[in-house]
Design a protein around this ligand. Structure first.
Ligand code: AMP
Ligand code: FE
Ligand code: FE
Ligand code: ZN
Length: 292
């Protein structure tokens, strides 16, 4: 059984439509795929339809932009009720922060002689609910200013580069709480994806585990073999689920092919048990995993 629990569609910054993503996952030989767009559930309905058509099992999720002790943390939330008012409100605030950042990034590019309008960014990102730096990158590519997203980030959009602008992110512990209220479970995405002094150590991950975190994403392209071994040991010590995923973005990210990392079926089963328990506690309105 091959299980990939972290992928992006055009609902955020992937390049496949949700149905293309689900079909690609089935064609890649996956048995289970999770759609986890940044800060939005808008891709779920289309993905669900494609799951019924292709017969692949679909886990509806999202990757929420949060901050903890001044550091950005990407929090995967699986199977929350997306109509839960608290969750809707938290996502709306994050999406508003994303939208207000775009003109600020474009203003910085203008001071460097690059003229891109908000409507140009809109044009290269049809279907997105979560406009981000990758879409500004695509507009730079369209203009011919850079060759691809990688060059756009390296030259303009990474922290410390001329067009970088920070944006609002919700408090990690608050989002964990609201996802639990909405009947979902949470997993920290690529906890050591950013190397440096800021990465959470075992003590910090223990605090999150005590606050109800279900798991950590261990097998991810941003983690080298040594990171993976250490994170796996931390998960074992704390009783956390271990996940592995591609963080697929279609053509938007190199070296993140569907199924390049996968989740062990036993860990997946435990995650789904925790989700069922969370759903029961919350009286979650949405149905379970889509199992055609
Ligand atoms: P944002 O959420 O708007 O700040 O943009 C961050 C997103 O950009 C991440 O979720 C990644 O998917 C994407 N990203 C970051 N660095 C790169 C890169 N070098 N090439 C392509 N995508 C990237
Ligand atoms: Fe992304
Ligand atoms: Fe991420
Ligand atoms: Zn991601």
């Amino acid at each position: 059984m091959r299980i990939d629990l972290h992928t992006h569609s055009r609902a955020s910054d992937g390049t496949d439509t949700p149905s293309e993503l689900v079909r690609a996952a089935a064609e890649a030989g996956l048995d289970v795929v999770a759609i986890t767009d940044h800060d939005t559930a808008t891709g779920w309905a289309e993905a669900e339809e494609a799951a019924w058509e292709t017969g692949i099992e679909l886990v509806r999720g999202m990757e929420v932009s949060t901050r903890h002790q001044g550091v950005g943390v990407h929090l995967l939330a699986y199977l929350p009720d997306p109509t839960h008012p608290g969750l809707e409100q938290a996502l709306a605030k994050i999406l508003a922060g994303r939208n207000s950042r775009v003109p600020a990034m474009l203003e910085r590019l203008r001071t460097h002689g690059i003229a891109i309008e908000t409507k140009d960014v809109r044009r290269v990102s049809p279907g997105t609910a979560a406009t981000g730096r990758p879409h500004v990158a695509d507009a730079l590519v369209e203009l011919g200013a850079v060759a691809d997203r990688t060059e756009a980030f390296r030259t303009w959009l990474n922290p410390g580069r001329p067009a970088y602008v920070d944006r609002y992110a919700a408090s990690l512990l608050d989002v964990m709480e609201v996802v639990a209220e909405a009947g979902g479970v949470t997993v920290v995405a690529h906890p050591w994806g950013r190397h440096g002094p800021d990465q959470p150590d075992e003590a910090e991950i223990a605090v999150l585990a005590a606050a109800g975190l279900a798991g950590i994403e261990v097998d991810h392209q941003d983690h080298d073999p040594d990171d993976r071994a250490r994170l796996r040991a931390i998960a074992r010590n704390l009783g956390l689920v271990v996940t592995g995923s591609s963080d697929y973005h279609g053509l938007g990210k190199r070296d993140h092919d569907l199924g390049c990392n996968t989740t062990d079926p036993d860990d997946y089963a435990r995650l789904m048990e925790l989700a069922a328990a969370a759903a029961e506690r919350s009286g979650r309105a949405t149905p379970e995993v889509v199992t055609p």
